[in-house]
Design a protein around this ligand. Structure first.
Ligand code: ADP
Length: 266
């Protein structure tokens, strides 16, 4: 039945028998699909009114030159908050798209060097205030199979987080290199670090170690959830090592079947 979804489990039963358990999970997966559709639709519908509000706020702040300091301050705050809401909606849409992604990862190769050049440019712009010492060490010959928009989203989220959660003047290293037949990516910072008790839940939607602080950084709380889904789609997973007050390392390994080395294939 094409409308049914089943889950299978095989277990050892006694000495020489196997037990096959088939569970009908159609209802659960149907509800999950409905939830995903709902989130995608709501996000999409919220986009237009927010763009209109933001547009008018921008026009008003330029046109109304005689506004009182209070009105000026209120308008600035409204602009900041609508921008935050827009960023949150964009992240929700990215997440829904990745969750529903049927794009085949083996159909396209990604020029990671070009991608990292862009991420580096954006990171340096974001870093102006914090003045971290950021270094990118990128292997130019390492090309992979995958979905570029997704990979870029994952890598930039990890780099931007390191910038946000490292006190000014910190050191951030971004590495992309070959490791055996796999490809290894890491962002290492000497920032705030994260207590062990949070690590397990960090990639859940909207999970934050310090809610007030994360809000100030302007993050949506969806960044690591996006990373988790992208990596899952690319046969990988996020590895987090961290110590409070010392710093964090967020890394992943892409398996050999996704690695396509420029030199050997040209
Ligand atoms: P946010 O939008 O809050 O940054 P994320 O999903 O990207 O959401 O991250 C979840 C939480 O993980 C953050 O709120 C922060 O507490 C913690 N975190 C993420 N990256 C780092 C890092 N490099 N150093 C310390 N804490 C981090």
């Amino acid at each position: 039945n094409p409308n049914k979804t089943f889950e299978y489990r095989i277990m050892a039963y006694g000495e020489d028998q196997l037990l096959l358990i088939i569970r009908d999970v159609s209802r659960v997966s149907q509800l999950e699909e409905m939830r995903k559709d709902f989130v995608a639709n709501v996000s999409h519908e919220l986009r237009t009114p927010l763009t209109v509000i933001n547009g008018y706020l921008e026009v008003l702040s330029v046109e109304d030159e005689d506004k009182s300091p209070f009105v000026g301050k209120a308008m600035m705050e409204m602009e900041t908050q609508t921008k935050r809401m827009q960023a949150l909606i964009e992240d929700l849409l990215i997440l829904s798209r990745i969750e529903a992604s049927s794009e085949r990862i083996y159909e396209n190769t990604i020029d990671m060097t070009g991608m990292f050049a862009q991420v580096e440019m954006e990171a340096k712009a974001l870093n102006k205030e914090k003045r971290h010492n950021i270094s990118f060490k990128i292997d130019p010959d390492l090309v992979i199979f995958g979905v570029e928009t997704e990979m870029r989203s994952a890598c930039s989220n990890l780099v931007f987080n390191a910038i946000h959660y490292t006190p000014p003047g910190g050191t951030i290293k971004v590495l992309w290199k070959k490791r055996a037949d796999s490809a290894y990516f890491a962002v290492i910072d000497d920032g705030d670090g994260i207590d062990d008790k949070h690590l397990r839940r960090l990639t859940e939607r909207f999970y934050r170690v310090d809610k007030a602080r994360s809000r100030k950084t302007g993050g949506s709380g969806l960044g690591l959830s996006i990373v988790k889904h992208v990596l899952n789609h690319h046969n990988s997973f996020l590895n987090i090592e961290s110590k409070v007050g010392k710093g964090s390392e967020f890394s992943f390994i892409l398996p050999p079947e996704l690695v396509y080395e420029k030199n050997t294939h040209s």
